[in-house]
Design a protein around this ligand. Sequence first.
Ligand code: TZP
Ligand code: MG
Length: 217
Amino acid sequence: MIKQNNLKQQLSLYLVMGSQNCKYDPVETLEKAIQGGVTFFQFREKGEGSKTGEEKIELGLQLKEVCYRHGVPFIVNDDLGLAIELDADGLHIGQEDGDMKKIKDSLKSHQLFGVSTHNVEEALEAHRIGVDYIGVGPMFNTTTKDDIEEVRGPVVIKEIREQLPDIPVVGIGGIKHDNASQVIEAGADGVAVISDITKAESVDESTKRIVEKSNRS
Ligand code: TZP
Ligand code: MG
């Protein structure tokens, strides 16, 4: 898939997920989430209970296939080698995952590059390197990731927007249907969600509810 001008629109509901996050089968979860309105996907197979080696690659291939069938970009978290091997649409890394510039230069020209940031300084640095989009978090308290930084909320997005009016931005961390609109109102192009989708009783209904509540209109 080629880099597209409508990246901001595609980022509107970004599902981040690995098998360790799922209440149901991950392939089924992704299928239902896309039916519910997910527009961007990150394969984040990481932490307790996650798959490794061949099993991780096999699951990545299955999830990529679901994304391709629906025209949803498939992004790999952390693992440059896996992003290349799966010919993913992109790679997403955190601040501790290595030399950003080197990693960006190792990607194929069609692959998107996203970076997690926590404040204006990190966002400016990511912009300087030429990332395609940034994640900003944590927006709210979350139990999905243990090593989170201080929760400062949607105001961080507002601060980043003042310096970088055009960079594609998604908020992440504790986002649910009842707080997603705060993140959009602060200036984000989209919201990134794990548990409010992956742990929901009904994945498609929960996804639809986030779409409805985060609607800009
Ligand atoms: N990065 C910052 S917070 C977070 C990540 C990966 C976890 C978000 O999970 P949830 O369940 O949507 O709060
Ligand atoms: Mg990382």
